[in-house]
Design a protein around this ligand. Sequence first.
Ligand code: PLP
Length: 423
Amino acid sequence: MNYSTMSPSQLKEEYEELNKEYELVLSKGLKLDMSRGKPCKAQLDLTNDMLNSLSDSSDCFSQNGTDYRNYGIMDGIPEAKQLFAPMLNVSEDELIVFGNSSLNIMYDTIIKSMQFGVLGSTPWSKLDKVKFICPVPGYDRHFAICEAMGIEMINVKMNQDGPDMDAVEKLVSEDESIKGIWCVPKYSNPDGITYSDQVVKRMANLKPKANDFRIFWDNAYVVHDFTNPDTLMDIFAELKKNNKQDMIYMFASTSKISFPGSGVAVMAASENNISAIKKMMFFQTISHDKLNQMRHVKFFKNFDGILEHMKKHAEIIMPKFDIVCNTLEKELGPCNIAKWKKPNGGYFVSLFLPDNCAKRTAELCKKAGVVLTGAGATFPYGKDPHDNNLRISPTFPPNHELQEAMNVLCLCSKIAALEQAMK
Ligand SMILES: Cc1ncc(COP(=O)(O)O)c(C=O)c1O
């Protein structure tokens, strides 16, 4: 079964066998979706009581009588700051509570840097070139923001413990047009990797040529642990030790804690950065949705409440990750054609196939009715230089559908790998 040791005639025989299986799959007319990292219905149901957490107008007042039904408190209600500050391990003064989406804040932060500059620097839009470092594979929507803004993206390899820091250090120290790096430091999208202490320390000690360089620390999966969680070193504390705390913007949201699209998003940064951001926000909004912030406060009560809630999410989604990884192990393990890592939390499994097999696999899956995140999506400009990475999103489909989709994915991966091997 090990494709690398099979003779040409054995490969051909296996290929014909698998194609017969594929014809059978085609005849089933499947319609399965593993394309996006969305919570499943059972996960959403965990938060249903939040819908009733503001049952009466009296629930809409602060302890000192501020009426949250009205305008004001642009940077978030104090109760929400108390709830979310421990999530990013910052003080309440280092946090802004926004609206429903952290991606929106990231987009907006870049737009502001383009238009107004960063702590007095030249606005990025006035520069000939602006570049961002993109650890790959990574989150497609980070890359889409850069592409939309005309920011040039530089790929840096993700190692097993985070981005290749030799490359990152060299790039930022030599090139003043590099203004940022995208990081998903815990259970990265898509690899499920948590940055090691060594990587965090080196990241916190970068010496960028550009003084308006920022680390975009998207901690989207900060509390999305399974039973054996990873720990992520506190980069902000490290930056403070190095007196470089202005070098980072941190983001998180409750999209995959409460309701995606109807959650609460936060940004944390140094007091210098927070004060500059608030000045710019003044022209933008009078307040975010404070009633939704209050709903979250009433429902979770405190940070421990969030952690308890996440255990219930883990109970629902861990079996889905088992289905994915057990099927990969059983179907692809013996063929010796694929690599993946079973994550200890987060939302994704990243599958590495032989070179030139990802697009073909996704195409075969699509024809068989199984939709995956597009091949290439995990790389800037949608260009996977080796065409070998696919992102698996196990959370949304019901378990029996997930199992069926994984069987199809493995079958298609094997067919694509055999086609390459026989070339
Ligand atoms: C790394 C990462 N950041 C941000 C988001 C989106 O977050 P939000 O819903 O808060 O905009 C996602 C969603 O998949 C994500 O994977």
